[in-house]
Write a protein that binds this ligand. Structure first.
Ligand SMILES: [Zn+2]
Length: 236
């Protein structure tokens, strides 16, 4: 049984839509966001200005993923999950970035399981986003919304890891992330693809080519769900 860090709802509002509790927050800082009103057509964060909000269902399970898939249907953003999951791993959260006006422009999937090599709990986030959203950089622990300045080498250099995304090879490069984690970035289906792992050693999961499925296209019925990820609920 994992003990999750406290303060899970830092700055988040929780709303209920279609019977699904969803926390809404700023993708760039995790803080609260103000919905559109008579004077403003956009969502706003006091620190980051106009943002598209991050929506994270409070719970996780097949019916939650089905609801998020329905929300994302027709959007350009994929919803990447490792599939098959590494042994002992479970899916522990999903989220999307967008609003009713602009649709879904980004997504995140959380997985948790035993860390490779040393064991102990590990967490993995897969973020897909259009440029400028800033969710991937935040989870990688770097400022701004552009990973370019934080790449160890340019995107043209030798890749540091490879994944298969919907069957297509995708190259990933190391991001100079915060020290408690390990982060990679690349491009797949026309969006940035970030893979962020805690602790840093859990990045060894990428030593072997990980296979990713876009859950918007395919929801494997054998997918196993675990306790909600702390990392999607304000722990970072
Ligand atoms: Zn913010």
């Amino acid at each position: 049984m994992r003990i999750h860090p406290s303060g899970l709802t830092r700055g988040c509002q929780t709303t209920h839509r279609n019977g699904m509790g969803v926390s809404v927050s700023c993708p760039r800082c995790g803080g609260p966001v103000r919905p559109p009103d008579l004077m403003h057509t956009d969502w706003r964060c006091d620190s980051d200005g106009v943002v598209l909000p991050l929506h994270v269902p409070v719970h996780i399970g097949p019916e939650i993923v089905e609801a998020v898939r329905a929300r994302m249907d027709g959007s350009a953003a994929p919803l990447w999950s490792p599939w098959p999951l590494p042994p002992g791993w479970t899916l522990t959260g999903v989220g999307w970035v967008g609003d009713d006006r602009q649709g879904v422009r980004g997504s995140v999937v959380a997985c948790s399981g035993p860390a490779p090599l040393q064991g102990g709990p590990a967490d993995l986030l897969l973020i897909a986003e259009e440029p400028g959203i800033g969710l991937g950089t935040r989870f990688a622990g770097i400022p701004g919304s552009d990973p370019g300045p934080f790449l160890d080498s340019g995107l043209g250099g030798t890749p540091h890891a490879k994944v298969r995304a919907s069957g297509w090879p995708a190259s990933l490069w190391t991001v100079k992330s915060a020290e408690d984690r390990c982060a990679y970035v690349g491009e797949a289906k026309g969006c940035w693809l970030y893979v962020v792992a805690w602790p840093a050693a859990a990045g060894y999961l990428l030593a072997e080519e990980l296979s990713l499925v876009d859950l918007v296209d395919t929801l494997p019925p054998q997918l196993v769900y675990g306790a909600p990820s702390p990392y999607l609920h304000g722990a970072v």
